[in-house]
Design a protein around this ligand. Structure first.
Ligand code: KG4
Ligand code: ZN
Length: 365
């Protein structure tokens, strides 16, 4: 087996069309030679959510372009790749299909092997791309579309300890921002507003803390904020500045508490595997939240675990994580052929699939 692998990755499962080239030599850190992302935010802005048909068409139009850019920036030709890796699910099916068809065309034209990658595996293996974290590690994936605790044991070996049973936390941040008249994406605006507020003024629920396990719920918490907002608006004829800040601080404090306690439980399960160097990795857009990070750090210090947070550009949707997962799959000798199917759902842990339906960004597992 070649010591050095260079793989082209494609990603189109949600609202980002992305292509990247990653190179890895055994025993050395991985090199991201290019990482091109074309975001579709503007195309969907007027609709208040992602429109799957618009997303699929934009992916089909942009894929060739991002592939060309990724190869140009890497200063490599397609023929210099060892394989093509593509997200084959889970996600919005039109976008996933666009990517899979594009990758099949490239593989057929060039004679290169094809690797169909699970998008969630891409997120889950990112700490190995960025920090070479050893298996097994505990991972918390929190974004606008995902929320789950995973023990990552190998390229295709995941144990899902729990996750949201309704909204993803990013979705909850976005909805709270919308109801309080704050700009999107809601996460950063709610976080900024929360710094001016009193987290103790409103005691919002900490859903599912009274139940064992690592499952979480954010929908009821969001509704509790809405109810309080409506009460304040009725009382004062509008939302006062301090009320808005206090609502944000109260909401964020509840999310911090939920993550801290569920992480404590997930950590206890992970440590029962007796990992040599206990490691915890955080990924997804919500991982940018400083209050959440601080809460998690406190918990992880209790366990003497090392915390890894890959740079944001690798935590949000991108194709470098797909190329990297392709490299790991290539080394494991796990290739696909032209029968590769696009899958709207594809749980990482078949024994413990997510319990929820489709979110605003497509299926969550
Ligand atoms: O991983 P990501 O970029 O995209 C997908 O989910 O596809 O995550 C985006 C989500 C949005 O819902 C956004 O509001 C949230 O991450 N987010 C945050 C923060 N920054 C981004 N949530 C809380 N605090 C933040 N600072
Ligand atoms: Zn994602």
């Amino acid at each position: 087996m070649t010591d050095t692998l260079t793989i082209l990755g494609l990603e189109s499962s949600c609202d980002d069309t992305a292509a990247a080239v990653v190179r890895h030599t055994v025993g050395e850190p991985a090199q991201i030679l290019s990482n091109v992302v074309f975001g579709q935010c503007d195309l969907h802005a007027a609709f208040g959510g992602i429109v799957p048909e618009i997303a699929a068409r934009a992916h089909a139009e942009k894929l060739d372009i991002v592939v060309e850019q990724a190869l140009t920036q890497a200063k490599l030709a397609l023929t210099e790749m060892n394989a093509i890796a593509v997200t084959a699910g889970p996600g919005l099916i039109g976008g996933v299909l666009s990517g899979v068809m594009c990758a099949k065309g490239l593989a057929t034209g060039s004679g290169l092997p094809l690797l169909g990658i699970n998008h969630l595996a891409g997120h889950a293996l990112t700490p190995r791309l960025s920090d070479n974290v050893e298996y097994p590690y505990l991972m918390l994936l929190v974004s606008g579309g995902h929320c789950q605790f995973l023990i990552v044991k190998g390229v295709e070996d995941f144990t899902r300890l729990g996750g949201t049973i309704d909204d993803a936390p990013g979705e909850a941040f976005d909805k709270v921002a919308r109801m309080l008249g704050l700009p999107q994406p809601g996460g950063p605006s709610v976080e900024t507003e929360a710094t001016k507020g009193d987290p103790a003024r409103f005691r919002f629920p900490r859903p599912l803390l009274n139940r064992p396990g690592c499952d979480m719920s954010f929908s009821g918490l969001k509704t509790a904020v809405l109810r309080e907002r409506n009460r304040l608006v009725e009382q004062h004829g509008g939302l006062r500045e301090q009320d808005r800040a206090d609502l944000c601080a109260g909401f964020q404090a509840a999310v911090v508490d939920v993550f801290a306690e569920k992480t404590r439980r997930a950590m206890a399960e992970y440590l029962s595997l007796s990992p040599e160097t206990p490691s915890f990795a955080l990924a997804g857009g919500v991982a940018a939240n400083q209050a959440i990070r601080a809460g998690l750090e406190t918990v992880l210090n209790e366990f003497n675990a090392q915390i890894f947070a890959p740079p944001l550009a690798l935590c949000t949707d991108n194709a470098a994580m797909i190329a990297w997962t392709g490299i790991e799959r290539f080394r494991a000798g796990r290739f696909d052929d032209l029968t590769l199917a696009a899958r709207p759902r594809w749980p990482l842990d078949k024994s413990s699939p997510a319990m929820l339906g489709s979110g605003k960004k497509g299926a969550k597992a």
